[in-house]
Design a binder for this molecule. Structure first.
Ligand SMILES: [Fe+2]
Length: 310
């Protein structure tokens, strides 16, 4: 091995990788790292201090990007490139960030969900603001047989309009070019990882409306499955950020969430997100006849949530 791997103590997943410089890594080392990533589900690379361009270039080794070096920050960038002015917590941008404090996997509300994500820490608050990860592979493997068989047969719709409404009571302005686009994508509750062949649960805050179940049954089952995944400390890791860290995780098999912090204190993470493969991460596109029902189910669900909160 061209680097050092230290599995995270007392966890069923994750490793810290050191003695490697991601900015200048060669292809052979990347191939080894890639296998390590598949095996552990997430990797922590301390003290990398990647520039935004280096973050993008490393991310591109994993595939086509959804976005590269996007500031996931509570500060606006001023003309000189520095992050300065704190963004008001009532803005849509901060409400979206705060929504991500509930367990989710990225981009399940797009036709093609994400393959993996990378975050580089630039500014870290004194307290809170950690990133937590949870292993849906071990979550699936430890389900009671009856529940596992039940989950195998079911799917749920995914929408971030749903999750913002359900988690925060927010009903953001709909815009088809934003993440609040009015579509909901149906995805099976159990996913077979396209590269390892290992099965995992595939759930999170964006999931709702399991076809064939009542609204209550669906909500209860999704909650039961999520609670199962995160109830065992060995399946949950909390990353205490240090400036310069890079965190990489597999969105096909892990949940994650941000932890709350004092929003008046700067927190700047630079994120790149890699697109999933159409063969394994595509639900369908909005012009597909199957999209109609998702759109209707979302509208129906939002109407209920609105009336519940009126
Ligand atoms: Fe996320």
């Amino acid at each position: 091995m061209n680097f050092r791997i230290e599995p995270i103590a007392d966890k069923v997943f994750g490793a810290v990788v050191s003695d490697v410089a991601l900015a200048t890594i060669d292809n052979a080392t990347f191939d080894e790292l890639y296998q390590t990533f598949l095996e552990f589900g997430f990797l922590v690379f301390p003290e990398q201090f990647l520039s935004e361009q280096q973050n993008i270039e490393f991310a591109q080794r994993f595939g086509e990007l959804e976005f590269g070096a996007l500031p996931l920050a509570n500060q606006r960038r001023s003309d000189n490139g520095e992050f300065t002015q704190i963004i008001d917590v009532d803005t849509q941008r901060m409400r979206t960030n705060i929504g991500n404090e509930a367990w989710h996997t990225d981009s399940t509300y797009w036709p093609v969900s994400s393959k993996c994500a990378l975050l580089s820490a630039v500014k870290v608050p004194k307290q809170g603001g950690q990133t937590e990860l949870a292993d849906m592979r071990a979550g699936y493997a430890t389900l009671p047989d009856e529940l596992r068989e039940r989950a195998e047969a079911l799917s749920a719709f995914h929408s971030t309009e749903y999750s913002q409404a359900n988690d925060l009571g927010d009903f953001p302005q709909r815009d088809k070019n934003s993440i609040y686009h009015g579509e909901a994508y149906l995805r099976p509750l159990v996913k077979t990882h396209p590269e390892t062949g290992v099965k995992n649960l595939f759930i999170g805050r964006h999931a709702f409306g399991i076809p064939g179940l009542s609204r209550d049954e669906s909500g209860q089952l999704l909650k039961l499955l999520l609670d199962h995944v995160v109830s065992e400390p060995r399946r949950v890791y909390r990353h205490e950020w240090r400036e310069g860290d890079l965190l990489l995780w597999d969105n096909r098999s892990l949940l994650h969430r941000a932890c709350a912090y004092d929003y008046s204190e700067p927190r700047v993470l630079i994120g790149s997100r890699v697109k999933g493969d159409e063969d394994s991460e595509l639900a369908y596109y909005p012009d597909d006849p199957r999209a109609v029902i998702g759109r209707q189910e979302l509208q129906h669900e939002l109407n209920i949530l609105r009336s519940e909160r009126a």
